[in-house]
Design a protein around this ligand. Sequence first.
Ligand code: IMP
Length: 195
Amino acid sequence: MKLIIATHNAHKVEEFRRILSPLGIEVTTAQITEPEETGKTFAENAYIKAKAASDETGLPAVADDSGLSVDALGGEPGVYSARYAEVGKRRATVLAKLADVPEERRGAHFTSAICCVFPDGTAINAEGHTYGKIAHENRGENGFGYDPIFVSEEGAAKGKTFAEATAQEKDSVSHRGRALREFAAKLEEYLRNKE
Ligand code: IMP
């Protein structure tokens, strides 16, 4: 199965390929116009992006909308994760807002909503979460976005920031890993029932 991935974020494309190709799903990029993310939830924004890409290409398209929710900030930056502060200052903004927040109140989670839209309008949705804490400083070189300040509390990545974890460690517990594995199972079921 081949799907268009509705994103201009090269890191997301890499993670999609890493997680989906062993499951038999190929994703390809296309020149697509990025729609305005007017949704109030990750799931709404994922649908907006996948639908726009499917309409534009006439092909099945899959999108991820994701973000970091920090407990002590009332869930911010949440759906505004990509637009929170200026480029290059997002992690520093979160660290500064949490400067005086003690260890036990630094909880945070990532969410990834996946939506795949087919040309006939069928949509398949999946969502994944992963839990951890906000670090006191950037740690690690891998990954992207908020990875250097997110200390995982789960599985193989426990105690490491997602930027210190290997790709395999991150994927095994990450919001996107979980959402994409759920999506792959739903897609397989949908295709089997269509036969
Ligand atoms: P989106 O492209 O509107 O979904 O924006 C998602 C934003 O959330 C990204 O630009 C990152 O800043 C952040 N984000 C989402 N997933 C991750 C992740 O796996 N690691 C680090 N940051 C992430």
